[in-house]
Design a protein around this ligand. Structure first.
Ligand SMILES: Nc1nc2c(ncn2[C@@H]2O[C@H](COP(=O)(O)OP(=O)(O)OP(=O)(O)O)[C@@H](O)[C@H]2O)c(=O)[nH]1
Ligand SMILES: [Mg+2]
Length: 342
């Protein structure tokens, strides 16, 4: 899973990136794209790993992409959008703390300003492509009318200053995937508050396609660099129950409708990420295309059933281990042993 971090100048993108990836500032590389990969903390993987004592334990991973800082002189915003075009979703950071310069935060205004930039970036692409298609059709060349209709639907939304993600069907249309529209991406809106404040600001114009959360970026960045015991004391002091890092990871899964299944054994305990409602045969494909090709059965045990019975052997005795077919819908926390033959 790849998530791009965007936001206006000095809203706390770098601070948040560093809190998420637990990395330190590197001022020399301010203009460059930074990519940080993190292991997704998962207590279930910890417990499975204790149970099986494998040679390797592999957590699910998330990659955060931070475009280089905006250059005031730059004429185009491509440098901001291009690095996040291939991301699965965006994290839109909105400043809700008092800037050193003294400017009061205005999260409503800031949010819609950047959101409109997303809309505009896509509008330019849509208009260009539609013009091209019109020209082609005048010249007697065949155009893909389905694509054209989809683009016209996008145009209509964008002209009303609405991001494409407000129409989920359109945002997910396979024919439009190649355009990598930025306003079509699922977006997590993160309000970056002052240390002393954890209230969600009132922002108008947020619809159902938006998932919001509040973080205290600076506090979290400090936290990210502490050792666990030190962090625990700090967390209690500020009354933080779960770190922003953990909350953001959870929200990202929610945003993208993602879940995990596990494979276990002496060699390896591993978490795999799939989209909710994925069939067993496609889950197999995530591991290896051969397993999909030669799929016979998915030997499946729910995580909770394993915990309740205490071991795989006991779970089997209690008839909790099921043999599922290709079309079985994998559930969050399933422990799967694929039987296949190629
Ligand atoms: N009080 C407070 N200050 C913060 C918070 N987050 C960031 N800052 C400060 O705000 C300033 C900008 O933060 P950055 O993380 O550099 O913001 P940015 O979005 O990466 O900025 P550019 O890359 O320059 O656009 C820094 O001085 C931070 O220390 C916060 O949650 N609270
Ligand atoms: Mg920055």
């Amino acid at each position: 899973m790849q998530l791009g971090i965007i936001g206006l100048e000095r809203c706390g993108k770098t601070t948040l990136f560093e809190a998420l990836t637990q990395s330190e500032t590197d001022v020399a590389r301010k203009g460059e794209v930074r990519i940080g990969t993190i292991n997704v903390p998962d207590e279930r993987v910890d417990i499975l790993s204790k149970m099986y004592n494998p040679r390797k334990t592999i957590y699910a991973q998330i990659q955060y992409v931070l475009p280089g800082a905006r250059d005031a002189q730059a004429k185009s915003t491509d440098a901001i959008w291009n690095p996040v075009r291939t991301c699965d979703a965006l994290i839109h950071v909105v400043r809700n703390f008092q800037d050193q310069g003294g400017e009061d935060p205005n999260p409503s205004k800031d949010f819609s300003r950047l959101d409109q930039e997303l809309v505009f970036a896509d509008l330019v692409v849509v208009e260009k492509r539609l013009e091209r298609m019109e020209l082609d059709s005048k010249r007697g060349k065949k155009v893909d009318t389905e694509e054209q209709d989809l683009l016209k639907a996008c145009l209509e939304l964008l002209e009303q200053e609405k991001p494409i993600r407000t129409n989920p069907e359109l945002a997910a249309a396979p024919k439009l995937r190649g355009f990598t529209f930025v306003s079509a991406k699922p977006t997590l809106i993160v309000f970056n508050n002052d240390e002393s404040d954890d209230a969600m600001p009132q922002v108008s114009g947020l619809g159902e396609s938006e998932i919001c959360m509040v973080v205290r970026g600076k506090l979290e960045a400090e936290l990210g660099l502490m050792d666990p015991e030190e962090a625990q004391v700090f967390l209690e002091e500020y009354g933080v129950k779960t770190t922003a890092r953990d909350r953001m990871i959870r929200k990202s899964y929610e945003l993208l409708g993602q879940i995990s299944f596990f494979t276990v054994g002496e060699d390896e305990v591993r978490a795999w990420t799939i989209t909710r409602a994925t069939q067993a045969v496609d889950a197999a494909d995530v591991i290896h295309s051969d397993i999909k090709r030669g799929f016979i059965r998915a030997e499946t045990l729910g995580y909770q059933d394993l915990i309740d019975t205490g071991s795989y052997v006991e779970a089997k005795k209690a008839a909790k281990v099921r043999l599922e077919g290709k079309t079985y819908i994998v559930a969050d926390g399933d422990i799967i042993n694929f039987r296949f033959n190629v």
